[in-house]
Design a protein around this ligand. Structure first.
Ligand code: PBG
Length: 324
């Protein structure tokens, strides 16, 4: 009455290590960083323990800390002093992100890949990702596109190595690709937030970036969490428009989407382990309900196993520390 198959033979000791299919490396990690023009000392985000809003002058230190841990890339967000209807602090040469990029590049040069989030929501007084028609409260697609192009060009001019458009406007990848090409930045890659869902897991980020909106929500441009085929279409269009890397966001509740996209397109694919995913684990760990290091490792490993080539995560520094 012996079992015919004994799966347990490969499960112990060194054999377990030999047969492991997925591995996490510090090279997989991208660390999100917030440069904030309105503060002059680091400010911890209340809902994201361990994550700070940083004055522009402190941003290079943070990037250096990440570089010293071996983290290859950061994703930079800016919180401007002045917000207006058009988000015009998004593209000036001396605005918050552009200054922060220069600070990091002066300090680290090629030792840190600087990726910038390209969206207007942190810069508009109404907190929306595009121009708004105030009569109808419509977030207008086409008038937003040139502004995104202009913003991306200003980031690259300041020294950004890659741009990551996150606003989910139709046609934004081709608008940005053409704007970059016209300025001779044809070698700068685009990482597109291709499948970005209208998710409540972004809550803590909106605290961090002060980008909550005063009316309406993002459901007219971000995807319905119930949909999966639509993500394939989004990604196909973005690739056709010139995206070099596609992203799925959030990560953990959308591993099926990640798997489908990676399997279907076989191009470099990123997953964004978003603020809410981070805060959940932090809160549970602070209560002593979960072992933080172990759930962090298991979560990031699962994202990798599902198909991510790279993971944007607020855990990047902690994970890098653990991988050392
Ligand atoms: C838009 C943007 C958002 C996030 C990244 N880029 C917010 C949104 O779409 O509301 C969320 C990231 C996170 O939750 O960690 N600029």
């Amino acid at each position: 009455m012996f079992p015919e198959h004994r799966m347990r033979r490969l499960r112990s000791g060194k054999i377990r290590d030999l047969v492991r299919e997925t591995s996490l490396s510090v090279d997989d990690l991208i660390y999100p960083v917030f440069a904030n023009e309105t503060i002059d000392a680091p400010q911890e985000v209340a809902s994201m323990p361990g994550i700070y809003n940083l004055p522009v002058e402190r941003i290079a230190d943070e990037a250096k800390e990440a570089a010293d841990l071996g983290i290859p890339a950061i994703l930079l967000f800016g919180i401007p002093e002045k917000k207006d209807e058009h988000g015009s602090s998004a593209w000036g040469d001396d605005d918050v992100v552009q200054r922060a990029i220069r600070e990091i590049k002066n300090e680290l040069g090629k030792d840190m890949l600087v990726i910038t989030d390209v969206c207007l929501c942190e810069y508009t007084s109404h907190g929306h990702c595009g121009m708004v028609d105030f009569d109808t409260e419509e977030i207008m697609n086409d008038p937003t596109l040139p502004l995104l192009g202009k913003t991306a060009v200003s980031h690259v001019k300041a020294g950004a190595d890659m741009v990551a458009p996150s606003g989910m406007m139709d046609g934004m990848i081709s608008a940005i690709r053409s704007a970059l090409d016209e300025n001779n930045y044809y070698n700068i890659p685009i990482m597109s937030y291709a499948a970005k869902y209208s998710s409540s897991f972004y809550g803590p980020f909106r605290d961090a970036a002060g980008s909550g909106c005063c009316f309406g929500d993002r459901s007219t441009h971000q995807m319905d969490p119930a949909n999966s085929d639509e993500a394939l279409m989004e990604a196909a269009l973005d690739i056709e428009e010139g995206a070099d890397i596609i992203m799925v966001k959030p990560a953990l509740p959308y591993l099926d989407i990640l798997y489908r996209l990676k399997t279907e397109f076989e191009i470099p694919t990123a997953a964004y382990n978003v603020s809410g995913e981070y805060s959940m684990l932090k809160a549970a760990a602070q209560n002593g309900w979960l072992d933080e290091k172990k759930v962090m490792y298991e979560s990031l490993m699962s994202i990798k196993r599902a198909g991510a080539d790279m993971i944007i995560t607020y855990f990047a520094k902690e994970m890098a520390e653990m991988l050392k």
